[in-house]
Design a protein around this ligand. Structure first.
Ligand code: AMP
Length: 424
């Protein structure tokens, strides 16, 4: 035997028994977003490395430490997407969507890649469901985004979630925040980790996102350094967002240190958590400067993304019931060469009539084939032997109670219909 392989660290195989969760989450997401007027967009899983450097930001952990970046055979620097927004914004600009009537509302579902330290709820390949809305700068839009996200969790059957919100304001607010942070952090420079020492000059806001305990303790003292430095306009905007959240009865908590791990945010940022878990289930915010930064016109935007693995983990923890995915209705069993030929025709006929059909034509014994049917949970079997070929009929067997009857080929579809009805 040759050497065997294992999946790469931080990745997973999603086996058929797990797929009911995945199908449920993706279907629920798609149905909800389509009915709310969002259009689905799919973008490549890899992009020009500069796209992420320019949008997510050079000083972030994602760009600085976590990207899967490589040179392709043409010498271009390529990166497996670590998040979905940058690619969607690139596509929005590239396809001139800013010329369409705004808002443009998009959603996506797909794998993201981050070279992170694998642990509970942290994968190197993980799926995100995400939403982006372009062309509206209004506090109702931010509040609506949060409401849409919470509604989705509710549709999945998840309970006891809350959303943390904060504002990092407009550019002027952020300049003030950065100044105040530089003053504050410089006074504690010696106690900061090396990354934060660097951030101090490059991008002080990033220090708020540092995972080092020492830095966290210092920043706890920084308290409401962000909210205190909002310009009156930005403060006014944020107050309105909170008012709308109140009006909609959304369970939120003000989180004055929340900045999120990406540089492109402006004004409202938010993330959703369950109970006292530290891993966020999802998050998002407004990113008014990003379309312009990436070479497009000055178009405001807001969006969110949520991690599908974490959502599914929580569904399991909370014991959320999932509808079983559709199974095959009928299993076709055959015995002998002639019977196999007839089975192929019967399978096609029954499939064309709209039934879901399974089979194991490569297996010879009836017992072996019925075992496969049992594993699939199929309700009825069509059994074809030499005798049925000769008589121009088939046997229909009820796999629950073992009763069976012979029917003529011409009555087959009616008989199946009757049998499945009885079996409901
Ligand atoms: P972010 O793009 O960092 O704002 O992340 C949005 C959401 O994606 C998070 O709240 C998580 O649910 C999920 N997520 C981010 N990184 C990972 C990861 N390494 N493994 C699993 N899920 C992740």
């Amino acid at each position: 035997m040759g050497r065997s392989f294992q999946k790469p660290r931080g990745t997973q195989d999603i086996l058929p028994s797990e797929q009911k969760y995945w199908l449920f989450v993706e279907d629920t997401f798609r149905e909800m977003m389509l009915s709310a007027g969002f259009g689905k967009i799919s973008t490549p899983t890899f992009e020009d490395t500069n796209l992420f450097a320019r949008s997510v930001g050079e000083a972030t952990d994602i760009v600085g430490k976590e990207m899967y970046t490589f040179k392709d055979k043409g010498g271009n620097s390529i990166t497996l997407r670590p998040e979905g927004t940058a690619g969607v914004v690139r596509a929005y600009i590239e396809h001139g969507m800013h010329k369409e009537p705004q808002p443009v509302k998009l959603f996506y579902f797909g794998p993201m890649f981050r070279y992170d330290r694998p642990q509970a709820g942290r994968w190197r390949e993980f799926y995100q469901a995400g939403v982006e809305l372009f062309g509206e700068l209004d506090p109702t839009t931010d509040a609506q985004m949060i409401a849409v996200m919470m509604k989705f969790y509710e549709k999945l059957g998840l309970k006891d979630l809350k959303v943390r919100v904060n504002s990092i304001g407009d550019t002027r607010s952020r300049n003030k925040m950065n100044k105040a942070l530089i003053d504050f952090l410089s006074a504690h420079r010696r106690r900061l980790c090396n990354d934060c020492k660097n951030r101090l000059s490059k991008n002080p806001l990033r220090a708020l996102d540092c995972k080092e305990r020492g830095c966290q303790a210092i920043l706890d003292e920084a308290g409401s350094m962000l909210l205190d430095n909002l310009t009156p306009d930005s403060r006014n905007y944020f107050t309105k967002v909170l008012e709308y959240l109140d009006d909609m009865g959304i369970n939120y908590e003000l989180s004055p240190r929340l900045v999120r791990g990406l540089d492109y945010y402006t004004h409202t940022v938010f993330e959703v958590v369950s109970g006292n878990e530290s891993n966020a289930l999802g998050g998002g915010g407004r990113y008014d400067g990003l379309v312009k930064t990436l070479g497009g016109p000055d178009v405001p935007a807001v969006g969110f993304a949520l991690g599908v693995e974490r959502v599914i983990d929580l569904m399991k923890k909370q014991g959320v019931g999932i509808p079983e995915p559709a199974r095959s209705d009928i299993f076709v069993v055959q015995l002998g060469d002639e019977a196999k030929k007839k089975a192929i025709k019967v399978i096609a006929q029954v499939q064309d009539a709209g039934f879901r059909v399974a089979h194991a034509l490569g297996r010879e014994s009836i017992k072996g084939q019925l075992r496969v049917a049992d594993r699939l949970g199929t309700k009825i079997a069509i059994i074809i032997g030499e005798r049925e070929v000769h008589d121009g009929g088939v046997i229909i067997r009820d796999l629950k109670d073992g009763t069976q009857e012979s029917v003529l080929d011409r009555n087959l579809l009616k008989a199946i219909q009757r049998k499945l009805k009885e079996n409901k």
